[in-house]
Write a new protein. Structure first.
Ligand code: FES
Length: 125
């Protein structure tokens, strides 16, 4: 069985910020999210215990500089680095890279999202 090139999600005009849609890409459930006008797509199967990670809370990556363990000199949230936290036990992932925030060796599969002729697609390749 071949992998589909694209899977249709829905019209861009009906995809509001904060919306999420689930689609099936080559037998795998993928969550598509729109955040601040940008699209993200991740496999909806958490690396911890297979939870529905695409249903999780979206936040921003906490960034800062640390002078010693436990002492941070600057605390801020990165505006352009949304993260998602699995609703089951809270494992969090960078939505762009799929990197698990506590262990960057763990990568949740991500997918490219294409908008063409007003329609949103997930690239299944
Ligand atoms: S199943 Fe996702 S954090 Fe446990």
């Amino acid at each position: 069985m071949s992998t589909p090139e694209r899977v249709k999600v829905k019209p861009d005009a009906t995809f509001d910020d904060g919306d999420r849609e689930l689609v099936e890409v080559d037998g795998v459930e993928v969550g598509v999210l729109r955040i601040d006008g940008e699209y993200y797509a991740v496999r909806n199967r958490c690396l911890h215990d297979c939870g529905p990670v695409a249903d999780g809370a979206v936040g921003r990556k906490l960034v800062g500089e640390f002078v010693e363990p436990g002492k941070r000199i600057e605390k801020k949230y990165a505006d352009d680095e949304p993260i998602i936290s699995c609703p089951w036990h809270g494992w969090s992932y960078d939505l762009s890279s799929g990197e698990q925030l506590a262990d960057d060796d763990l990568i949740l599969p991500t997918y490219d999202v294409i908008v063409e002729d007003g329609v949103v697609y997930v690239d299944g390749r």
